[in-house]
Each structure stands twice: as structure tokens, then as C-alpha cells.
Design a protein around this ligand. Structure first.
Ligand SMILES: [Zn+2]
Length: 202
């Protein structure tokens, strides 16, 4: 909780509800557990962090985050946001990812174990689910070729409209193929953050 120096009970409740919804939407394929809630009085605005990140000016970001982030966990940083001039809506979240060489996630840890989101993004609960999709290797449907979309079960326009990896008010599901793909990605590339459970011996 960036920019906070005292507990805001509404926000801690919202965080709990967001993680609950996250687990609901992942249908047990990957399970998320809140380890710790941390407040930090340093603040920044999400769109500024986003601009710096994409201009590779990460010095300020690292100075801000290094002291608070934890190794061995997904660090979700929540910031204030604002709508940029000429844009109707404010940026609600982004997730720095490696486009290639995903095997280097573990060597770079915790630098790529970060999800950035905005406090207002906690309200409809879909921001965290969308960003976790990116964290576990999913792309927006409009960035994918036909074959990749078919492989992930994004066959029809209605499937795409409702999908967590698009934008909009109607998003409420992943496809079975996306869930399988994220589980596989978690085990292959994010294994340093994952504890495998549920092996039943009989
Ligand atoms: Zn996205």
C-alpha cells in the first residue's frame, strides 16, 4: 500500500476480496495466498511509473520499491492514479514482463515479480486478475495470431469479449485453455514462487 502511513481498513478489506476473487477465477489451477500487507509512506502515481518503466528509466522505481519488496513472492504495489490529458480513463494496472527468455525470471527475481495497480482498480476486482494473467504469460487477444488464439480457446468474439485478458465491464472468465497455460507457465517459469501441492499418492 504505497503512500499510506496508517491502516485504511476499507483498503485492507478490498485487498482481501480481490485475492478471494482472484482465487475464484483461477479455479484452483493456481492458488494465491496473502503473505503480508505492507504500508509505505512513499508515494508515486501509477501513470508516471508506467512512463518511466517503458522509457527504461527504472532508477526511481527501484529506489522506491527495493526497500519494501520481498523475495520469493509476487509483490503487488498499489498506487494512486490519474487520467492523463486526452484520455477518458485512468491507468489501473501494469505488469513488467520479459517478452522472451522467460527462464530468466528466476535470475532476475524479485525485479520481475512485480504487479503495479491503482487503488481504484481494487473496486471492480478485475484489474488484479488481468494483471496476474500477464504475470503468468497471457497476452491480450488482439496481440495474438489466429493459431495462438485457437490454442487458448479464444474461438468466438463473445469468448473474447468476456475474457479477463480484454478490457471492458463484461470480463468475467478465463478459458479452460488459458487456465491450463497459466498453471504450466507458473510451474515452468515462476517455479521459484510456487509451492507444488496436491500430489495424491495412492
Ligand atoms: Zn493488459
Amino acid at each position: 500500500m504505497m503512500g499510506k502511513d496508517s491502516v485504511d481498513e476499507n483498503i485492507t478489506i478490498q485487498i482481501g476480496e480481490n485475492v478471494e476473487y482472484l482465487n475464484q477465477e483461477f479455479e484452483g489451477k493456481v492458488k494465491f495466498i496473502i503473505h503480508e500487507l505492507i504500508m509505505d509512506e512513499n508515494h508515486a502515481y501509477l501513470p508516471d511509473m508506467h512512463t518511466d518503466f517503458f522509457r527504461r528509466k527504472t532508477g526511481m522505481i527501484n529506489d522506491l520499491l527495493d526497500p519494501v519488496e520481498k523475495k520469493g513472492a509476487i509483490n503487488i504495489f498499489i498506487f494512486e492514479t490519474y487520467a492523463q490529458p486526452g484520455q477518458q480513463s485512468a491507468l489501473m494496472g501494469f505488469t513488467p514482463i520479459l517478452r522472451a527468455r522467460q527462464k530468466s525470471y528466476s535470475h532476475n527475481s524479485p525485479k520481475f515479480d512485480r504487479i503495479f495497480m491503482a487503488y481504484p482498480g481494487l473496486i471492480d476486482k478485475s484489474t488484479l486478475v488481468h494483471e496476474m494473467g500477464h504475470f503468468l504469460g497471457l497476452r491480450h487477444p488482439w496481440e495474438m495470431n489466429h493459431i495462438d488464439k485457437e490454442l487458448l480457446g479464444l474461438h468466438t468474439s463473445s469468448t473474447k469479449e468476456n475474457n479477463h485478458m480484454t478490457y471492458g465491464v463484461n470480463v468475467d472468465r478465463f478459458t479452460a485453455e488459458q487456465l491450463e497455460s497459466m498453471r504450466d507457465f507458473a510451474l515452468r517459469f515462476r517455479g521459484y514462487l510456487v509451492k507444488e501441492i496436491g500430489h495424491i499418492l495412492n
